[in-house]
Design a binder for this molecule. Sequence first.
Ligand SMILES: Nc1ncnc2c1ncn2[C@@H]1O[C@H](COP(=O)(O)OP(=O)(O)O)[C@@H](O)[C@H]1O
Ligand SMILES: [Mg+2]
Length: 441
Amino acid sequence: MSRTWENLSLRARLFLPMLAMILAALVLGGIALKIVSPDQFEYETGQQAAATQAVAAALNAALATSGEPQRTLAAFSSALGSGKTIAFRSVGHSSDRPAMIVPSHVPRWFIALLDIPELGAVYPISIGKDHVGDLLFTPDLSADIFEKYVGFLAIVGSGSALMLIAALSVYFTTGTALRPLERLQEGLTRMRQGDYDTLTPVAGPPEIRRSCKEANQLASTLKRLSLDNRGLIRKLVSVQDDERHDLGQELHDELGPLLFAIRANATALSDRVADDPEAASAVHGILQAAENLQQVSRRILEGLSPLHVKELGLEQSIRALLGNVQAQAPRLKLSCRIDASLNEIDGLLSLTTYRVIQESVTNVLRHAHAGAIDVAAEITGAEVAIEVADDGEGFPPDSPFGRGLRGMDERVRALNGSFALLRDGGRTVVRCRLPLAQEAA
Ligand SMILES: Nc1ncnc2c1ncn2[C@@H]1O[C@H](COP(=O)(O)OP(=O)(O)O)[C@@H](O)[C@H]1O
Ligand SMILES: [Mg+2]
């Protein structure tokens, strides 16, 4: 029951009690009519009944003293004529109590509702000891009943009119309140979806207008917070990139000469120990280790700061990255669609594009067990669209976010972009959009 009430609209909640009130008034009116009217009818016909009784007594007395009672009775009866209320009925006709007279144009159910008691009366007329007939009193209730019926119609009519007026006023008042409420709700939904710029129109009754104003201020506060937040993430990301860059530079500058020295010295040594196989093999081991160390350091440096994005341009850098991937996994079927106009973007946007692709393809190599990978990066409309899809086994069912995906998500959010991991027709897809126009943080 309470659930049904909860689901009722505001309009229905206002209408229903009103309808109940009107119905209750009608029922109570009917009950009052039923209780009061029998007494009223009895009171109103009582005097006529008494008068009829007196006429009967007078007639009986006249007949008792008359020399020709039959003629007196005939004269009385014909003088009475065919009156409806008082009439003479001679013996031998029916002996029913007379029915009352009711108006023909009032519905039966209404008359039944009035609960009218038996009001007709029969007064016996005798000559000597013989019962010769009866004087009948038939009450005429037409006027009374009609009056009550008109009263009843008036109550029902005015009740319905009142109800109609109230219903219309509820309909329009709630309408003026509900429309602004709906707009407010739409405004809140927009805010939830991240649109803080479209304002909610301030309209409706004062209470709702205040709420609309508050919602608009909330939107501007949220907008400021979101900008601050984005600025902070962006700062964080670029601080991180600077740090990596410095670290990479340092590693490069320190390791490079040391590695060179090891190789140069080992090479010099190898000439001297050519005739000692054991020493020659040890020197060869050193050279091999130095070679491996150089490869490892190159890989780490590449991860730390992809220097060539600036020098080569984004398109070439991505192609170089994919070339490396192909070299690492020669059996992987790699296809790509890299837009040459990507070279026109620079700074954080191009680095982010590179990082997203780098992390995605690394993930495919490490986790997906895929046979094919498809990389697309292009400028569509006002954004960079990146998509890396593989035909591997897909993300694990629980939340997959590790260091790599989280970092990607942060970078993308710093640029107000969107980032989604999906499974689409048997393919695992990382889809990312970065707006070209970056608001000043
Ligand atoms: N292309 C992919 N196919 C299947 N699983 C993936 C793919 N990319 C990522 N994952 C899953 O998501 C997890 C988190 O990835 P990530 O955040 O990059 O962390 P990491 O690579 O360091 O494990 C991975 O451990 C892996 O289980
Ligand atoms: Mg990863």
